[in-house]
Design a protein around this ligand. Structure first.
Ligand SMILES: Cc1ncc(COP(=O)(O)O)c(C=O)c1O
Length: 299
């Protein structure tokens, strides 16, 4: 007998997480768009329900893994543009056209297939171009774009609306590859500009990257885990995404006062309170400093 098992998904929490990310990246001259990742059945939460909730919360683009996932979202009534991350099954591209999906072009072969399919249908396909800067999974290698990309850009059929890359190690604060990938992506964008490609959007940041470094926000960010409440690195009480500053400060005061009372009860020593307060302040400063050094916590 199969035991009845339930997973209760709080769609209000998903919406709140999306809005928190939007608020986190807001400000500046132009706030980046938030491309909400609902791949792998919405990280197991139910792609259709999650996508509806996110669209309702204002998501202007969703992203899924393959054409089949995109088709399912469209059939369920999702109207927002849907970016397909994965490699395309080039023998069966109908879904891209029939369901208005935005494919990723990650190889010259895929570009050729999409261009031919678009030409046959007498249409122009909006797509995103992926650059492999070190993930070694999908995309045009960052260092030989002048050999591979001219063919993609030649002729009608494809409109490259965005260029993106994916970080392999953003959640690992001590790994050097993150900065290397960012430098390579900027280099790649310069090379593409020299080839005449200036995309409307550039995007790179998954959840860990967008928390880590605002330099990689560009014109759009692509959180997945954050939408489902996974923060990854040790949550930092001072980070506005985790705890708003006034709340963090209040918690700290409560903690210090509690400590002073406890120590004064245990130790009948007149200097106990001020030493405790000093130690608590020192701990707080070290905590914040160490946090930003080791984990790159942003305040
Ligand atoms: C290309 C791409 N961008 C963004 C994401 C979202 O990543 P995360 O869940 O770490 O935010 C994924 C997820 O695997 C991805 O494949």
């Amino acid at each position: 007998m199969v035991r009845p098992t339930f997973a209760h998904i709080d769609l209000d929490a998903v919406r709140a997480n999306f809005r928190a990310v939007v608020a986190h990246v807001a400000g500046g001259v132009r706030s980046p768009d938030v491309i909400a990742v609902v791949k792998a059945n919405g990280y197991g939460h139910g792609a259709v329900e999650v996508a509806r909730a996110l669209e309702g919360a204002g998501a202007r683009m969703l992203a899924c893994a393959d054409i089949e996932e995109g088709v399912e979202l469209r059939r369920s009534g999702i109207e927002a543009p849907i970016l397909v991350f994965g490699a395309l099954s080039v023998s069966d591209l109908d879904g891209v056209f029939a369901y208005r999906l935005t494919p990723t072009i990650s190889s010259p072969f895929a570009a050729r297939a999409l261009k031919d399919a678009a030409r046959r249908r007498g249409t122009r396909l909006v797509c995103h171009l992926k650059i492999d800067t070190g993930m070694n999974r999908l995309g045009f290698r960052y260092d030989n774009l002048s050999q591979t990309v001219p063919e993609v850009l030649a002729g009608p059929g494809l409109e490259i609306d965005a260029v993106y890359t994916h970080f392999a190690t953003a959640e690992d604060r001590l790994h050097p590859l993150f900065d290397i990938q960012r430098t390579r992506f900027d280099e790649a964008l310069r090379r593409l500009a020299a080839l005449g490609l200036r995309p409307r959007l550039r995007h790179a940041a998954n959840s860990a990257a967008l928390l880590r470094d605002r330099a990689c926000w560009y014109e759009a960010v692509r959180p997945g885990l954050l939408l489902y409440g996974v923060i990854g690195a040790v949550p930092y009480l001072g980070s506005p995404l985790v705890t708003p500053y006034p709340v963090a400060f209040f918690l700290w005061i409560v903690w210090v006062v509690g400590l002073i009372v406890a120590i004064r009860r245990l130790v009948h020593w007149p200097w106990a309170a001020s030493i405790t307060a000093g130690a608590a302040l020192l701990f707080w400063v070290l905590f914040v400093q160490a946090g930003s050094l080791i984990f790159g916590w942003t305040a």
